[in-house]
Design a protein around this ligand. Structure first.
Ligand SMILES: Nc1ncnc2c1ncn2[C@@H]1O[C@H](COP(=O)(O)OP(=O)(O)OP(=O)(O)O)[C@@H](O)[C@H]1O
Length: 500
């Protein structure tokens, strides 16, 4: 055993006597006979081997607490020998291996073009500020990343004595991730993914000018509602699934799915933000650059993410694939239905240990269909978990072929999109983006004035921002500007026109 569970047991006892709910536990070890995703055939408990349990679900006391990404480097997890140490140099970050051309970035914007309105959020490297374009009066969410925070390892989430701290490749990893967010976002256009319009940098910070999503975090709405009903959850799960499949088809793994990173737009549609931990497969990058055909296989090793939503294989330091995002979706769906993710604890060691060892407990009040889906997504073993990307493809082929022979209701029982849980979702409209443009989501945020940011926590909107909107000289490291060379970007005129 790596960690002591004393604290954990203490926590469980407390919860038992206060907020117990009879639950169902999924025993992963007993599902040897479970069917693989493509063979799934009923909105039942089949394939997940649910067993009754009277053990209550431990509830955390106090308000819902915000979770930080990439906290895992803090733990004494021995990095396995096969962990890939990408010694990528910051100036070679273009997929084809060439330098980003400064020539094409000449028309990039700068800090003086925008005036701050209020703070929307705060992340590991800096604040996200609502800003107004002084020329057009349009609103943007400006994500700031302090160069000093990226270059010096003084983040709260990295142990000073860890190998990660000493290892200079960790610096390159942080820089690589910073570039990845800008590069990945600049290549995407999907109704459920935040849009990047500009990026630039000055002496002290990097800036990402993102589409402002005024409805706030799903986290904010979850805090207000406590839990959500199954139809609402199915709607968000469907929108997230569309975004994840779109990313996976492009060879991108998201790796940080959690309610804090799911925003609601003005019509209540879900928009994924924060691509700081996303990763594009090397094979895909080579394929994009015309160097190699994409074989759509991606194995990753970095131990990153937010523990409560992180797949067990990541936490164990094993190699993993895009399938980890579907596990995180299971955690998020569970959170929306139950009010907390499947495994919680007073500290990250406890969470980690529970994810690896405990069976997830599903409350009795969930429908059989929902239990079935959660059971399939929350499998600890990657090989037994729903391979949703594949399942989705097979389902589409199957339904088209089998349509003629289908009996009433049969379509629902095959394939991911046809799962019972999604019976009210119009996938055709959702996948084409028509639904997002024409209909409202289940929770329509109250917005009287976009500039007021009423759906964001006052913890952030009341923060001062004056200092953050002036260029400072707090970074005085030789060659620092070289390190971030090529960060600036401007979306094409047609892209900008489509959204303004
Ligand atoms: N486009 C946007 N529109 C509105 N609010 C946003 C937008 N992007 C980010 N935010 C707000 O800012 C918060 C922090 O942003 P983000 O998660 O991208 O930062 P981060 O530094 O990566 O955070 P973390 O360290 O927690 O992963 C979000 O949770 C959200 O509340």
């Amino acid at each position: 055993m790596i960690f002591s569970l004393d604290e954990d047991l203490c926590h469980l006892k407390l919860a038992d006597s206060q907020n117990g709910i009879p639950a169902i536990a999924i025993h992963d070890e007993s599902d040897d006979n479970s069917e693989r995703a493509t063979e799934f055939s009923a909105p039942s408990t089949k394939g997940t081997q649910l067993s009754s349990s009277t053990e209550p679900i431990p509830f955390q006391n106090g308000p819902k607490a915000r979770r930080r990404s990439s906290v895992l480097e803090r733990f004494p997890i021995t990095t396995p020998p096969h962990t890939r140490r990408v010694s990528i140099t910051p100036t070679s970050l273009k997929p084809d291996g060439n330098l980003w051309s400064d020539q094409k970035l000449k028309s990039a914007r700068n800090l003086k073009d925008f005036s701050p309105v209020r703070v929307l959020g705060k992340g590991a490297y800096g604040k996200v500020i609502l800003v107004r374009d002084l020329t057009t009066s349009k609103l943007y969410a400006m994500k700031q990343l302090k160069k000093a925070e990226i270059i010096f390892t003084n983040q709260e989430n990295v142990d000073e004595n860890s190998d990660e701290h000493k290892d200079s490749s960790a610096l390159f990893k942080r820089i690589e991730r910073t570039f990845a967010e800008r590069t990945i976002l600049s290549e995407l256009e999907h109704p459920n993914i935040v849009k990047l319009f500009y990026s630039f940098h000055d002496n002290s910070k990097l800036y990402l000018l993102l589409q402002y999503i005024p409805g706030g975090e799903l986290f904010f709405h979850l805090k207000e509602h406590g839990t959500l009903d199954e139809d609402t959850v199915a709607f968000y799960a469907a929108e997230i699934s569309c975004a994840l499949k779109f990313l996976h088809d492009k060879g991108i793994v998201y790796r940080d799915l959690k309610p804090e990173n799911c925003l609601l737009d003005q019509n209540g549609h879900l928009v994924l933000t924060d691509f700081g931990l996303s990763k594009k497969s090397v094979a895909q990058m080579e394929s994009d650059a015309g160097l190699k055909e994409d074989n759509n296989i991606m194995e990753l090793h970095s131990i990153i993410g937010t523990p409560e939503y992180c797949a067990p294989e990541i936490l164990q330091g094993l190699s993993y694939t895009k399938n980890c995002d579907w596990y995180s979706l299971g955690c998020l769906v569970y959170d929306m239905l139950v009010g907390k993710p499947p495994y919680t604890g007073a500290n990250h060691k406890i969470i980690l240990s529970k994810i690896q060892k405990q069976n997830v407990k599903l409350p009795y009040y969930l429908s059989d269909g929902m239990k079935d889906m959660l059971g399939a997504l929350l499998k600890k073993e990657q090989g037994k978990r729903w391979d949703v990307d594949n399942y989705w493809r097979v389902a589409q082929n199957k339904t088209t072929k089998a349509r003629k022979k289908r009996k009433a209701g049969q379509e629902r029982t095959s394939g991911y999109t046809a799962h019972f849980v999604f019976r009210k979702i119009n996938w055709k409209k959702l996948e084409s983006g028509e639904l997002q443009n024409s209909e409202s989501g289940p929770i329509v945020p109250l917005i009287t004035d976009w500039a007021l940011a009423e759906n964001f926590d006052t913890e952030f909107t009341s923060m001062s921002y004056e200092h953050d909107c002036n260029e400072t000289n707090d970074l005085n490291i030789p060659n620092a500007s070289d390190v971030f060379k090529g960060f600036s970007y401007k979306a094409s005129g047609s892209y900008l026109d489509r959204y303004f």
